[in-house]
Design a protein around this ligand. Structure first.
Ligand code: RIB
Ligand code: CA
Length: 304
């Protein structure tokens, strides 16, 4: 089993990614670290605790960054995509458990020190917690096995600006720090996540499964698909951004990659753009192609 630290800004597709990871025997989730992003960090932590509880699992949750490295608090959250509560307005009650006393940054550092060269970090929100960990204890760069990140748009347009993808735009300085740190990063960006599609008909199968968690996941995903339909009227479902990062952490043969030096634009209208070059060091693995049907099948076999 791969020991995993999973950094989330829970969010509907984060919740789907959590379920996929928690139901995958190849992964041992040591803890979820939370970040602002789709919702403020306290709500991301609450949602993360709620999803863990609904799945009947016992995994600790750590509170992380409430704001970006240098740009302060986020002004607006994407409620039209993830709902008022971040989970498509499905959250019926607060979780019973609370976050751990240790901060997300310290948890990352302590676990990496404890298990040198063994830990994979999956990060599917802004990269603030990871950048804070690198800045506080730079030695982790050579002690982490792999970092699989959902973020960026190297060869395709952005989704929150013409150039930028949401996770990177939320904290461009943190993303640039992580990409330039020398961490062994695999970048699962819009280049590949927009090639994935969860068709709407699958939600009927979930509901018909009779599983206790099925209505929760089907309702929230339906909300997410409705938001997608308003911007992509003919899509008939939704992309699986964060779940694809989990898929790649389990089986890297879902994607093809290119080794690029990636910088993040931090000024002007291109702020948040991920710019990949064949020259320059360090290089990271940028996903450029995905076997989307094979990935979807794998995801659907495990999500509930
Ligand atoms: O651009 C997609 C990403 O932004 C996903 O991680 C989603 O959860 C949002 O945070
Ligand atoms: Ca996310």
């Amino acid at each position: 089993m791969k020991p995993i630290i999973f950094d989330v800004d829970t969010g509907i597709d984060d919740a789907l990614a959590m379920a996929y990871a928690l139901n995958s025997p190849e992964l041992e989730i040591l803890g979820f670290t939370t970040c602002f992003g789709n919702v403020p960090v306290e709500e991301a932590a609450r949602n993360t605790l709620a999803v863990v509880e609904k799945l009947g699992k016992h995994v600790p949750v750590f509170l992380g960054a409430e704001k970006s490295l240098t740009r302060g608090m986020k002004e607006r959250y994407p409620k039209h995509i993830h709902g008022e509560d971040g989970l498509g307005n499905t959250l019926d009650e607060d979780p019973m458990r609370t976050v751990e006393a240790e901060s997300a940054t310290d948890f990352i550092i302590d676990q990496v020190k404890k298990l040198p060269n063994e830990i994979t970090i999956i990060a599917v929100g802004p990269l603030t917690n990871l950048a804070l960990a690198v800045n506080k204890f730079p030695e982790i760069v050579s002690l982490v096995k792999e970092v699989v990140i959902m973020g960026g748009a190297v060869y395709v347009p952005g989704n929150v600006t013409p150039y930028g993808e949401a996770n990177i735009v939320s904290d461009p300085e943190a993303a640039d720090c992580v990409f330039q740190s020398g961490l062994p990063v695999t970048l699962v960006g819009l280049d590949v996540t927009l090639e994935t599609l969860l068709p709407k008909e699958k939600l009927a199968d979930w509901r018909a499964s009779g599983k206790e968690v099925a209505p929760f996941f089907a309702d929230m995903t339906e909300f997410y698909m409705s938001a997608y339909a308003s911007s992509h009227p003919d899509i008939g479902g939704c992309a699986l951004h964060d779940p694809l990062a989990v898929g790649v952490a389990i089986d890297s043969s879902f994607v093809k990659t290119e080794k690029l030096n990636v910088r993040v634009a931090t000024e002007g209208e291109e702020t948040g753009r991920t710019i990949g070059k064949h020259s320059g060091e360090p290089k990271i693995q940028v996903c450029t192609q995905v076997q989307s049907d094979r990935f979807l099948k794998h995801f659907l076999e495990r999500i509930l």
